[in-house]
Design a protein around this ligand. Structure first.
Ligand SMILES: Nc1ncnc2c1ncn2[C@@H]1O[C@H](COP(=O)(O)OP(=O)(O)OP(=O)(O)O)[C@@H](O)[C@H]1O
Ligand SMILES: Nc1nc2c(ncn2[C@@H]2O[C@H](COP(=O)(O)O)[C@@H](O)[C@H]2O)c(=O)[nH]1
Length: 184
């Protein structure tokens, strides 16, 4: 079987991490862990949700791509991807759309792009509040250029990415199950 990576993109709060956890639990598709300088949210675990870095340690890793998102740095490594592929030929990674474009450029048909969004963007803030995010961090995120950019799938990826509207979790699971059965 050829190695492939499902790249999950979409606006903050759309449900990218929720989908990544679901496909890991239900379909044993491991998640590639990325690096960030962002502060841990309550319940997040180093090495499980992210490799949490300081501004001093972040540049010491070797990245396939790295971005700044709402004032924090994020990066993913080829080593992380290879570690995932040692466990399974199909893995997933959660990236912003800029990272998704880089993956497509660098990895070509090894990449399966999946854009998760919602029909009404006003629900996104409610989901971030419900997740327990800090109020100041939510405002900073919602006002960031990166959040606004990721409200739409960039033109370059239109027609190349699957799009799922995660308005209703039961319906989303059905869509995801169909996609994974095609890729497995
Ligand atoms: N279909 C859904 N209906 C209601 N709540 C949902 C749904 N999907 C996810 N959520 C909830 O919305 C919140 C945000 O989801 P999640 O953390 O997966 O979003 P995300 O896209 O990864 O966000 P971010 O980019 O900010 O990390 C979580 O509390 C999650 O449980
Ligand atoms: N291009 C990359 N984007 C990444 C990476 N790791 C996470 N992300 C994206 O950043 C934002 C914010 O994430 P959050 O956990 O702080 O909510 C989100 O869009 C993620 O998809 C990465 O290594 N590269």
């Amino acid at each position: 079987m050829e190695n492939r990576v499902i790249v999950l993109m979409g606006p903050a709060g759309a449900g990218k991490s929720t989908v990544a956890s679901y496909i890991e639990e239900k379909w044993q598709v491991p998640q590639v862990i990325t690096h960030t300088t962002r502060k841990k949210r309550e319940g997040e675990v180093d090495g499980q949700d992210y490799y949490f870095e300081s501004p001093a340690t972040f540049p010491k890793n070797h990245y396939l791509e790295e971005v700044e998102y709402a004032g924090n740095r994020y990066g993913s490594s080829m080593e992380g991807l290879e570690r995932g592929w040692q466990k399974n030929h199909l893995v997933s990674i959660v990236l912003d759309t800029k990272g998704g474009e880089t993956y497509l450029e660098k990895l070509g048909d090894k990449v399966c792009l999946l854009y998760i969004t919602v029909s009404n963007a006003s629900i996104l803030k409610k989901r971030l509040v419900g997740r327990g995010d800090d109020e100041v961090a939510i405002e900073k995120r919602l006002n960031s250029a990166e959040f606004k950019r990721d409200l739409q799938l960039p033109v370059e990826m239109q027609g190349q990415a699957e799009v799922i509207y995660n308005d209703n979790w039961d319906e989303t699971k059905e869509e995801i199950d169909k996609l994974i059965k095609r890729l497995k």
